[in-house]
Design a protein around this ligand. Structure first.
Ligand SMILES: Nc1ncnc2c1ncn2[C@@H]1O[C@H](COP(=O)(O)OP(=O)(O)O)[C@@H](O)[C@H]1O
Ligand SMILES: [Mg+2]
Length: 316
């Protein structure tokens, strides 16, 4: 049976401009050869240090950045990445929730208009928009009077609920959540995470959960993909990856989670993030790196558990 969402060998590039007419001089490959699949009701976490390409991948998944290459299947159907018409229908099914609940909602619009926007654009009547807006507000736990209010009348956590409500307006099957709790107070974070988990259960929603908080990932997600400089280095079920991280980078990431346990100071990843142009992207910081790691780029190997390393494999 086909997956709900499947992405194969996806690449996303940013043009690097310069010179007299701001010509494209080169490209920065922010996402290279990323592949994953997602089932209904499943939560896939994407983790990795800042700048590794998580947001770029998230934006590409909802059509806000073009894929330079790769394949994209939704419910087993291949999406033509160059076709605007096909992306339009993808956007109903794959919706994004942004990191910053303050800047992602238009301050001049009432909540009803904010929520209705994705439907108006799809030629729904005012009455239909209102009905759907009431329905989604209830799902995210906000009172119906919210419809007549402006974003500034809500707290950070409530605004993030509004962001989720807006994403739900088109009955999506996948929610892409990019660091959705990192701008919130710790006490509110837990409520928003609980809401996402409830929506996954009640609506059978699949969620791509981007986070740098390994503890949250461990409690919330089913699967995890570890990214480094645009590539995924390890993928697998959360319990397997956290119990037995195989890739040296995953091991370092998990060890760098601060712990209060006496006698176990966190080992922070050290060294500069530099890309080895030929070999493994992690080689310049890897404690296991040998000469060959700087000249030969490893493939992502394995089925359920995948690892990109010349020396470690999933049978380790
Ligand atoms: N709009 C952009 N134009 C050019 N480069 C960008 C743009 N957005 C991000 N980048 C670069 O792409 C890489 C990945 O960034 P990003 O996807 O934001 O990573 P993350 O979300 O993991 O922190 C970084 O090197 C970043 O500088
Ligand atoms: Mg980001």
């Amino acid at each position: 049976m086909s997956s709900l969402l499947e992405v194969r060998d996806a690449c996303v590039r940013y043009p690097q401009r310069g010179g007299l007419f701001s010509r494209t001089l080169s490209y920065l490959e922010a996402v290279s050869d990323v592949s994953f699949s997602l089932e209904k009701g499943e939560i896939l976490a994407i983790v990795g240090e800042s700048g590794c390409g998580k947001s770029t991948l998230a934006q590409a998944l909802v059509g806000l950045q073009p894929f330079a290459s790769g394949k994209y299947f939704l419910n087993g159907k291949s999406v033509d990445l160059k076709s605007e018409k096909e992306w339009k229908s993808v956007r109903n099914s794959v919706q994004m929730i942004f990191q910053d609940p303050y800047s992602s909602l238009n301050p001049r619009q009432k909540v009803l208009d904010i929520l209705s926007y994705p439907l108006r654009y799809r030629s729904f009547s005012e009455k239909e928009c209102f009905k759907k807006a009431e329905e989604v507000l209830e799902k995210v736990g906000l009172p119906l009077v919210s419809l007549e209010k402006y974003p500034h009348e809500f707290s950070g956590g409530q605004r993030q609920r509004l962001g989720i409500a807006r994403a739900l307006m088109t009955n999506p099957e996948v929610l892409v959540c990019d660091e959705v709790t990192s701008a919130l107070d710790v006490s509110v974070q837990a409520q928003v995470l609980k809401l996402l988990d409830t929506l996954r259960t009640d609506l059978n929603l699949a969620i791509i959960f981007i986070s740098h908080d390994m503890q949250v990932v461990q409690t919330l997600a089913d699967k995890v993909m570890v990214m480094y400089l645009g590539q995924s280095l390890e993928e697998g079920k959360v319990e397997d990856v956290f119990k037995n991280p195989l890739h040296p980078y995953t091991q370092a990431l998990i060890q760098s989670v601060p712990t209060l346990e006496f006698g176990h100071p966190p080992e922070i990843l050290s060294g500069e993030i530099v890309k080895s142009s030929l070999g493994c992207v992690f080689a310049p910081r890897c404690s296991l790196a040998k000469e060959i790691c700087f000249s030969q780029r490893p493939n992502l190997n394995g089925e359920e558990r995948k690892i990109r390393c010349l020396f470690v494999n999933q049978d380790a």
